[in-house]
Design a protein around this ligand. Structure first.
Ligand SMILES: [Zn+2]
Length: 351
């Protein structure tokens, strides 16, 4: 029997899926920590028996180690607080599996690759207008009709971006993305269950994919650009400017929230950015919102967060091609909007 294929990056990925350190994995697989480190760096190659032992310890099929190793940057690691590193790496590893599901499924279902306009920023310090223009170009390239975007998740999925929802609270991020060239993955937090916020997060990550791609990530200026992109993408200046109030008119703001499906916070920020509201008026509004507890939970319910469908559609069909992937993680990426019970169950199963 020929020895199975082995990609070093896949070992690290599997280890991160299980939130194990190299030492912990070594203990479970009954090998040395140094051996794990050498397998992961590619310095040495494990024997077939060792690969089988690693597969058991990591609860992955042995074929998992033979899948292509498609690396992306780790840009969403904005800070490196120790307590969250393992959770972030695990979230990132799960996003990798979502990418695997689509790549392995796409071969069978002839799914088209992503068509994302690449419009890099002119630099780190950009004028307020630059992201406005970039967002307008993306809307134009994708033929998005004027007005509020009906379904942001559906729109980006239609252009080949894989969207999944995961509980991200423990990873200390709201959302993140991995810029794979064929099918980038956007991960949205499922903990908040807030439609407006989730639409903004999805647009923010789209901004990263359009403006930053593989290049610069994790800097405050880059975050600002993604934020400006998201605001302009969801609320184009020439369409919303005259609708925004110049005073703290909650009635009108509630109406605009329902229409544009964005948060009151985003509307207020937009009113300030576009010069409809003075700085003073804006601060008055923010203070009033804080005093009413609206900074934590906003009024005006606009419905459930948008549901990703691309991946679940792929998983609904024959799953034979996914035999190289760990079942429990595939179940995790397939869980569209796991409630607390279901998410906890998946988490427990995965550990
Ligand atoms: Zn960001």
């Amino acid at each position: 029997m020929p020895s199975p294929a082995f990609e070093p990056g896949r070992l690290r990925l599997a280890r991160e899926l299980r939130s194990l350190s190299q030492t912990e994995l070594a203990a479970q697989a009954e090998i040395t920590g140094a051996a794990v480190s050498q397998f992961e760096s590619g310095a040495t190659r494990p024997t077939q028996a060792t690969i089988e032992g690693l597969a058991v310890a990591l609860k992955v099929p042995t074929e998992f180690f033979g899948l292509p190793d498609d690396e992306t940057h780790e840009g969403f690691f904005r800070s490196l607080r120790r307590t969250t590193v393992t959770d972030r790496r695990r979230a990132r590893a799960i996003a990798h599996i979502a990418h695997d599901v689509v790549v392995l499924g796409a071969a069978e279902q002839r799914h088209t690759k992503a068509d994302i306009p690449r419009l890099p920023a002119s630099g780190l310090e950009t004028s307020a207008d630059e992201m406005e223009k970039t967002a307008a170009k993306v809307r134009q390239a994708w033929r998005v009709p004027a007005g509020p975007i009906q379904n942001v998740v559906g729109l980006v999925e239609g252009h080949g971006i894989v969207v999944i929802r995961l509980p991200l609270d423990s990873a200390d991020v709201d959302a993140f993305s991995l810029p794979f060239a064929d099918h980038p993955v956007v991960v949205l937090g499922s903990d908040k269950n807030d439609r407006a916020r989730s639409r903004f997060d999805a647009s923010h990550e789209l901004g990263h994919l359009v403006v930053h791609g593989h290049e610069v990530w994790g800097l405050p200026q880059v975050e600002r650009q993604a934020h400006e992109f998201a605001a302009a993408f969801l609320m184009p200046k020439n369409e919303i400017q005259r609708e925004l109030p110049t005073s703290v008119d909650w009635g009108l703001l509630f109406e605009l929230k329902r229409k544009w499906q964005v948060s009151l916070a985003a509307l207020l920020m937009r009113a300030r950015t576009l010069g409809r509201m003075s700085e003073g008026t804006y601060l008055t509004a923010i203070k009033a919102a804080s005093a009413r507890g609206w900074r934590r939970v906003e009024p005006v319910a606009i419905g459930e967060p948008e549901r990703p469908e691309l991946l679940s559609n792929m998983l609904r069909s024959r799953r034979g091609h996914l035999r190289a992937l760990p079942d429990d993680i595939v179940a995790t990426v397939a869980a569209e909007l796991p409630g607390p019970d279901r998410a906890a169950k998946i988490e427990r199963k995965a550990r």
